[in-house]
Design a protein around this ligand. Structure first.
Ligand SMILES: Cc1cc2nc3c(=O)[nH]c(=O)nc-3n(C[C@H](O)[C@H](O)[C@H](O)COP(=O)(O)OP(=O)(O)OC[C@H]3O[C@@H](n4cnc5c(N)ncnc54)[C@H](O)[C@@H]3O)c2cc1C
Length: 506
């Protein structure tokens, strides 16, 4: 499907590197729509398409470009076996709720596979494996196997699998799938516009005022709509406190050219350090597939050296796949919800006019579509039994415990950020190339960095909820350890629940 040649040692995802341009529309100030969808990732585009097909006037407003945040940087395994997710979910919720989750994911998966087939988007069918990389993790594999059986999946228990890295047993589920997520987004965008939808890039929604109609304030002017869907990853509205019920998790992915045979399947370790393995048929004619390796996730803004994590993944790959040559490395984040079941539905105190979907816990290829189907059922009318069950989720004692734990960690990160900023004297010189330091000017935390020879000083306080940012030495960005907002060295907002850039001082 996609065009363009691949650049070696690129810091863009292999999908975005090769993606052909996507046609979009111009922003119309004071535009009025039946539905505005905020965000053009998988959730936003599937939702937009479902409503455009139903004859509604729909606009999808995207702050950056289609797929720029998580969907264009995913590893795009479309699978009902999801690492150790099923057994972890069953620790938090009932089998009935877990079954509704699997049913929704199955429907999301079937929808996407059917869509790809009908629209000529290439998909490779593969067996998914959740494996133990050490003897101590065999119990986790057994637990995942039992969870899969309890939830009606045709999982099998494998004592060994044909891969060149250590495996001490695995669960397998045949006939899952993988694809290029930018192929899918490009086709959804085309189809959405063919159905009369309006797709606008480079327009950031800064605030939504619920009302009749809803007023959507953007950096380029006001638009109005009868209904709004926030498909922004973590919701950009604070009501409902979803920022405190999810944790932003950043992780890393690399592509390699490898001499010799590659493993056939999609693999994810159930133990740490996480290793995610798949292939991608990306070569020009005659070339072999690329090998994709992912893992080493951590809460956004809380690792001292993301660069070391990519180096670690590279070393692991070179050890197990001799001769591997890295072509791409990239990073992205997704949101882990308390209770491990996504949040989908209407925003509290929005008069039932503003909806959102979030918290896919790195399993958005199925969950994004399930969420879009749920929202279409909620808004257009329709009875989807698994969606009704998922709407009835409640917070268990255990959820409350992990909620308190996660927010205590946020509190610690907040205090640590301010203490470090205040203790650090302003450096006499500008930081060296690729470096960033947080210091203070009076009581105000500031961030100083140098990237591509340009030195910048910005406010180091996140405009979302005032966390002190930390420097990301891999992506040369300012990352918030509280709720995962990220900014470029010059202060431009990249992603997360914030809606404004950082103040720039120099
Ligand atoms: C490294 C990694 C690997 C993964 N691998 C897999 C996998 O193998 N299988 C799987 O199922 N899932 C995987 N996931 C998860 C999956 O990629 C995500 O759950 C999914 O892509 C989320 O889609 P989305 O549309 O909700 O969010 P996004 O793709 O992030 O889309 C949200 C969009 O909203 C835009 N936006 C944000 N704020 C605003 C605003 N104020 N105004 C306008 N626009 C805004 C953003 O720019 C963005 O384009 C992975 C995630 C990561 C991080």
């Amino acid at each position: 499907m996609a065009s363009a040649s691949i650049t070696l040692t690129n810091t863009m995802s292999i999908w975005r590197d090769r993606a052909a341009p996507i046609e979009t529309d111009a922003f119309v100030p004071d535009g009025d729509y039946d539905l505005v969808v905020v965000g053009a990732g998988l959730t936003g585009l599937v939702t937009g398409l479902l409503f455009a097909r139903a004859g509604m006037r729909v606009a999808v407003l995207e702050a950056r470009s289609v797929g720029a945040a998580t969907t264009g940087n995913t590893t795009a395994k479309l699978s009902l076996l999801q690492g150790k997710h099923l057994s972890e979910m069953l620790r938090h919720t009932s089998v009935k709720m877990g079954q509704a989750y699997v049913d929704g994911n199955r429907e999301g998966m079937m929808w996407l596979l059917r869509y790809c087939e009908e629209h000529g988007v290439p998909v490779q069918r593969k067996t998914a494996f959740s494996y133990a990389s050490s003897p101590g993790a065999v119990d986790r594999v057994n637990e995942e196997y039992r969870a899969g059986v309890a939830l009606g999946l045709d999982v099998t228990r494998e004592s060994s699998i044909d891969v060149p890295f250590p495996v001490h047993g695995a669960v397998a589920l045949a006939d899952q799938a993988q694809f290029d997520p930018m192929d899918v987004l490009a086709e959804l965008a085309r189809d959405f516009r063919r159905h009369g939808g309006t797709l606008i890039e480079d327009v950031r929604v800064q605030r939504v005022r619920p009302g009749d109609p809803n007023r959507i304030l953007t950096n380029r002017g006001l638009v109005t709509a009868d209904k709004v869907v926030l498909a922004t990853g973590m919701p950009i509205m604070n009501r409902g406190l979803y920022f405190a019920k999810e944790q932003a998790q950043r992780s890393y992915a690399l592509a390699f050219r490898v001499p010799g045979r590659l493993p056939d399947g999609m693999f994810l370790s159930v133990d740490l350090p996480t290793r995610s393995v798949r292939t991608a048929p990306m070569g020009e004619a005659g070339d072999s597939d690329y090998l994709l390796i992912g893992g080493n996730g951590h809460p956004v803004g809380r690792h001292p050296s993301p660069l070391s994590l990519v180096n670690d993944l590279t070393r692991w790959t070179e050890l197990h796949f001799p001769g591997a040559e890295r072509t791409h490395s990239w990073s992205a984040q997704d949101y882990e919800p308390v209770g491990r079941v996504p949040f989908v539905g209407w925003m509290p105190r929005s008069r039932g006019q503003v909806f959102f979907a979030s918290g896919y816990d790195k399993w958005g290829m199925t969950n994004a579509v399930a969420a879009s189907l749920t929202l279409a059922g909620d808004i257009l009318g329709g009875h989807i039994p698994w969606a009704q069950t998922l709407h009835r989720r409640t917070t268990t004692l255990q959820d409350a415990g992990s909620f308190i734990g996660a927010n205590a960690a946020v509190g610690v990160a907040a205090v640590r950020g301010y203490t470090r900023a205040w203790l650090r004297q302003m450096p006499a010189d500008e930081p060296a190339e690729g470096r960033g330091v947080v210091t203070h000017d009076g009581v105000r935390p500031i961030g100083m960095s140098t990237v591509d020879g340009a030195s910048c000083t910005v406010s180091a306080v996140c405009p979302h909820l005032a966390g002190v940012l930390s420097w990301n030495n891999l992506e040369l960005s300012w990352d918030c350890p509280l709720h995962g907002s990220r900014f470029s060295a010059s202060g431009r907002l990249l992603e997360g629940p914030a809606t404004r850039d950082l103040r720039r001082f120099a």
